[in-house]
Design a protein around this ligand. Structure first.
Ligand code: RP5
Length: 163
């Protein structure tokens, strides 16, 4: 997106994008400027810290971090910023994301990470959570988010069961 991004998405590997794309789709629908980067807490720690350390001054207001395995990415991001950090556990190991979920949700007291569900539902909800945070100070976004919710409700009401 050309407008300056409000949401920064980081993921530990390009392989995580299949899941994080669910967040990108929601941000696009809600017209929230965003950017996405592949940055790993253990493979590119210096570049990750540089990115997070300069995010706020570049206008980013919420971070989304998705990773699999030991999944320390969100915790490292949260260690480097006071912005809200939303974590998406990714099922990329034989433990099916439970490893990532526990790593993210069990952050020690003092450095919070808001952990969503494993996989695409969590990625979509991370984007919706980011939208809710940004909507606190953006009435137009609040209206778009309300319309999105209303559309989902309408979808349910229009569902028909077989006779
Ligand atoms: C983690 O290791 C990444 O977040 C990814 O979920 C997982 C596997 O990475 P690749 O081997 O696909 O690069 O760091």
């Amino acid at each position: 997106m050309s407008e300056h991004p409000l949401v920064g998405i980081v993921m530990g590997s390009k392989s995580d994008y299949e899941v994080l794309s669910a967040a990108v789709e929601i941000l696009k629908v809600l017209e929230i400027p965003h950017e996405a980067r592949v940055l790993s807490a253990h493979r590119t720690p210096d570049q990750l810290l540089e990115y997070v350390g300069t995010a706020r001054e570049r206008g980013i207001r919420v971070m989304i971090a998705g990773a699999g395995g030991a999944a320390h990415l969100a915790g490292v991001v949260a260690a480097k910023t006071l912005m809200p950090v939303l974590a998406v556990p990714i099922a990329s190991t034989p433990l099916n994301g439970l490893d990532s979920l526990l790593a993210m949700v069990q952050m020690p007291k003092g450095i919070p990470v808001g952990t969503l569900a494993i996989g695409k539902p969590g990625a979509a909800n991370a984007a919706l959570f980011a939208a809710a945070i940004l909507a606190l100070n953006d009435p137009a976004l609040y209206e778009r988010l309300a319309a999105w919710r209303a559309a989902r409700a309408q979808e349910v009401l229009e569902q028909k069961l077989p006779d």
